[in-house]
Design a protein around this ligand. Structure first.
Ligand SMILES: Nc1ncnc2c1ncn2[C@@H]1O[C@H](COP(=O)(O)OP(=O)(O)O)[C@@H](O)[C@H]1O
Ligand SMILES: [Ca+2]
Length: 488
């Protein structure tokens, strides 16, 4: 007598084939679905036309994640050779030409197929704001020249304009908080301190209701409302402040000037024109402009600080409190990112992580070091920068402590930063994010789990059910719906 097992029955073979086919299909689908999607990148270009120089930034981001915070990163930075575009007032075509090399780099860096869809923006800051005051006609022509160069590139030209001080401050704040992924954190945002050559910006969220509309900016980002205090001080960038400081010390009849903000042994013949060529200082006669004076250092931090205090007006304030020059400012709150020249100078001086008292001691020591020692110790550093670090560091300390009212308690809340997650801190990223609508007002709906995770989970659950079914069949006997075993 032979017993025919169910495995030999046509029905069971059929079921088994279906089971196996189903598992193979599921595994295949899961593998295909989970294969990392070929990342499609998008690109954007921003030219930061500063008073001292222009920098081109190329940003990139995965196309399908453009509304997630922190997804846009800096792919490449190109420094334009030569000075800022405002220095081309007398030879405007040169401003356009100066950008050509960086635009060429952009063509190499961004895949050709993407050129047409890559937006390019140029934003000019305080150098051009000053030229606009001094010589409007030339300023307009400089902007036209840079516009022409950008329009001639294969990228999608989106505009070249002089941005306002409020925009410069606010977009710097957006950049640091976007890169720090702070917009979706409960911990709050970080203030932004930007020091340029011709202006400086302070931007932060204050508990206090902003008392002057010029200093208030409102944003709704990722479902949260932010009221931001911002102010840009034109002429208080470090290059213009040096002119303001020299103007205070120089009399038109002087042939030499002893300056505590420069090192002993430093001595340089300078034209009056170098000091008085800016709308930030009082004009002098053409005669006086052509004279020169011997700029000599005496290297004394305390005296330097006292001389720098003279360029701030601390006396008048129409609001509950002010920073300086009658500008309303609520008390500083929270942590701050201090970038651009704040970082360059304090990083050079090795004073980015010290207490306020130690920072002052460090400055005192640095300023009294003789010029020849400084030159010997830093043979590779550009002499122009090198000569000015004592002045710039002292100005930074004075601006932060006496201007913005940072104290020895909250000094540690200032972080001197160059980059966050590989991208430079500055207004340019925030500017592009804003213009491309990449920061949504409301938080995007996020699925419970990523797609890949979902497919994997479904696969495991299905396998688990199949195993249960199989075990159920072998241990508990055949379901009653199957035909009874035939005994032959
Ligand atoms: N390595 C460096 N050391 C010191 N200062 C620097 C260094 N690199 C750039 N700077 C200074 O940083 C400032 C940048 O200002 P910039 O962005 O051109 O002007 P603005 O923002 O006012 O239009 C300038 O004063 C420039 O001299
Ligand atoms: Ca700048």
């Amino acid at each position: 007598m032979k017993t025919k097992t169910p495995w030999h029955s046509g029905k069971m073979i059929c079921v088994a084939v279906f089971f196996i086919a189903a598992i193979v299909t599921l595994v295949a689908i899961a593998i295909v679905q989970n294969k990392p999607l070929e990342q499609k990148y998008k690109y954007g270009i921003v030219l930061d036309a500063g008073s001292s120089h222009t920098a081109m930034y190329i940003y990139e981001w995965p196309a399908e994640k453009e509304n997630n915070t922190g997804m846009v990163g800096q792919r490449h930075k190109c420094k334009v050779k030569g000075k800022g575009i405002s220095s081309y007032a007398r030879e405007v075509a040169g401003a356009g030409r100066s950008l050509a090399m960086c635009m060429e780099e952009a063509k190499q860096c961004i895949p050709a197929a993407k050129h047409q869809d890559t937006p390019v923006y140029l934003g000019a800051t305080a150098g051009m704001r000053l030229l606009m005051k001094q010589d409007r006609n030339s300023a307009v022509k400089v902007m036209e020249a840079v516009q022409q160069t950008l329009q001639a590139s294969p990228f999608s030209y989106q505009g070249a304009r002089i941005i306002s001080g409020q925009e410069e401050g606010a977009f710097g704040w957006i950049t640091v908080n976007y890169l720090g992924k702070n917009f979706q954190k409960a911990a709050g945002t970080m203030g932004a301190l930007d020091l340029g050559g011709a202006s400086t910006q302070i931007t932060f969220v204050s508990k206090e209701t902003i008392q002057s509309p010029d200093n208030a900016m409102e944003f709704r980002l990722y479902g949260n409302d932010y009221q931001v205090y911002t102010h840009s001080f034109l002429c208080y960038g470090k290059d213009q402040v040096l002119k303001l400081a020299l103007e205070k010390k120089l009399k038109s009849a002087d042939t030499s000037l002893e300056d505590p903000c420069f090192h002993t042994g430093y001595s340089e013949d300078k034209l009056f024109q170098k000091v008085f060529d800016s709308p930030c200082v009082q004009a002098v006669s053409t005669d006086a402009m052509n004279k020169s004076f011997m700029h000599k250092g005496s290297g004394n931090f305390i005296e330097c600080q006292n001389s720098i205090k003279d360029i701030f007006n601390f006396s008048q304030c129409k609001n509950s409190q002010c920073s300086f020059n009658g500008v309303y400012q609520p008390p500083v709150e929270g942590t701050f990112g201090a970038f651009s020249a704040f970082y360059f100078v304090m990083n050079f001086l090795n004073l980015t992580g010290q207490s306020l008292a130690d920072t002052k001691k460090g400055m005192e020591h640095y300023c009294q070091t003789p010029w020849n020692t400084i030159v010997e110790n830093h043979p590779k550093v550009d002499k122009k920068y090198l000569a000015e670090y004592c002045f710039s560091g002292t100005y930074i300390l004075t601006l932060l402590e006496n201007g913005y009212n940072f104290t020895s308690e909250n000094w540690k809340d200032i972080n001197f930063i160059d980059k966050i997650e590989g991208s430079n801190a500055g207004w340019s990223l925030g500017y592009m994010l804003n213009l491309t609508n990449m920061i949504p007002a409301e938080a995007p709906d996020t699925p419970l789990m990523p797609h890949g995770g979902f497919v994997t989970l479904m696969l495991f659950l299905t396998l688990f059910l199949l195993i249960l079914l199989f075990l159920g069949y072998t241990f508990l006997g055949r379901p009653s719906c199957l035909p009874p075993k035939e005994i032959v």
